[in-house]
Design a protein around this ligand. Structure first.
Ligand SMILES: Cc1ncc(COP(=O)(O)O)c(C=O)c1O
Length: 398
């Protein structure tokens, strides 16, 4: 018999794993399913990326191994984009690293800094790749709850001193998935100071930095003086460029930190497809024009969904960023039971808060992946699901 590792057994079920098969069953049965589950917009990828990719497929040079260096053009476009967007300069060849989607880099990062017995601080609710990466590296995860009363900001100064001493890495993600929270500058300054004090690497996940509303501009962690000593920042083309399946992102930071992640990756992958990197470079160079309409559409969707959900009986506020609504449920309602009911009886895919860890209980997440009309229809159906759980035991049987 094959015995599996304790690491494997420690991995909780991945949140989105079961939904596709339930969804397929419902669609086959004729249900009009509205999928607000994965953060995967229905907007098409940028024309410039599609054109570049089409040409790239015909260029045999781009079918070769990319290795970690990848396509110089992509590194240069990423460095140019960071400079335009945030005003920070990074050397394209030593301080930028192409990733096969930012999830890949984030989840491999612990391997570069963790020894047995070390702690990785993981926000909860949060993107589950942080926990997965920590567990797969053999680290001891320390779960830091994100609570509404703290505006869903990870309270690093409340982590016990003995844990902080053993911590090598903390994941931070603002604009946040799933809560859509944003991080004020003084908060980021405190985080950087604490990481510097304790020698903790800060993995700042900025996947949603361009999906911001009402004029809000999300910062880079490198806006904080001294952050370069202790932080790596992760960017993704998935969300702002509607390129989720293309698998392209990048990390930025000082050469020693980028070098450590590069070394790990050189043993596990050979970099993103070069044609994808070329297309990504073309998209980044037109970043502002490409992202503006996506941002405007998301804001329309946010407004439609918030109003419709409020009308349907939910108390939800309009977030300033990301592509999610993090919606509170009535007290004692179980989010898994609600999401199951919403999917199986109402044909709406939402993610239960508990899928983002136990601290996410009491909420569910909506991704703004479809247009205003469909969001309004979904909100109406979710309102019926809410009525149903208010009435009876579906709330307490998961
Ligand atoms: C917070 C966060 N970080 C990173 C990612 C991963 O994005 P990518 O497609 O670049 O791997 C996601 C995807 O949902 C996310 O929500």
């Amino acid at each position: 018999m094959i015995k599996f590792s304790q690491r494997l057994q420690a991995l909780p079920g991945y949140p989105l794993a079961e939904i596709p098969s339930i969804k397929r069953r419902l669609i086959e049965a004729g249900v009009d399913v509205i999928d607000l589950g994965a953060g995967d917009n229905d907007t098409p990828p940028p024309a410039v990326a599609v054109e570049s990719m089409t040409a790239g497929l015909r260029n045999p040079a781009l079918s070769k191994y990319g290795f970690q260096q990848g396509l110089p053009e992509f590194r240069q476009a990423a460095a140019r984009w960071i400079e335009r967007r945030f005003g920070h300069r990074f050397d394209p060849f030593t301080e930028i690293l192409p990733l096969i989607g930012s999830k890949e880099g984030l989840s491999h990062l612990p391997l570069a800094v963790v020894n047995p017995g070390d702690v990785v601080i993981v926000p909860e609710p949060g993107y589950q790749a942080y926990l997965g990466g920590a567990l797969l590296s053999g680290a001891e995860p320390y779960i830091a709850p994100l609570r509404p009363e703290n505006q869903f900001l990870l309270q690093l100064d409340q982590v016990p001193a003995d844990i902080l001493r053993r911590s090598r890495l903390v994941f931070l993600n603002y604009p946040n998935n799933p809560t859509a929270a944003i991080a004020p500058r003084p908060y980021l300054e405190r985080i950087v100071a604490l990481c510097r004090q304790h020698g903790i690497l800060l993995a700042y996940d900025n996947a949603y930095c361009d999906l911001t509303f009402d004029g809000y501009q999300a910062p880079s962690i490198f806006d904080v003086p001294g952050a370069r000593d202790i932080a790596l920042e992760f960017f993704s083309l998935s969300k702002s460029y509607s390129m989720t399946g293309w698998r392209l992102g990048f990390a930025a930071g000082r050469a020693e930190l980028i070098g450590a992640l590069t070394r790990v990756k050189s043993y596990v992958d050979t970099g993103p497809f070069l044609a994808v990197q070329k297309a990504g470079a073309a998209a980044l160079d037109q970043g502002e024009e490409i992202v503006a309409p996506i941002r405007a559409e998301l804001q329309r969707r946010r407004d439609a969904a918030v109003t419709a959900l409020q009308d349907a009986g939910f108390s939800v506020e309009a977030p300033q960023a990301a592509m999610y609504l993090w919606v509170p449920l009535p007290q004692h309602a179980q989010s898994a039971a609600f999401a199951k009911h919403a999917l199986e009886e109402m044909g709406v895919v939402v993610l239960p808060g508990s899928a983002f860890g136990p601290a996410g209980e009491g909420f569910f997440r909506i991704a703004l992946t479809v247009g205003p009309e469909r969001l309004r229809a979904a909100a109406e159906r979710l309102g019926q699901a809410l009525e149903r759980i208010r009435r009876g035991p579906v709330a307490t049987t998961a």
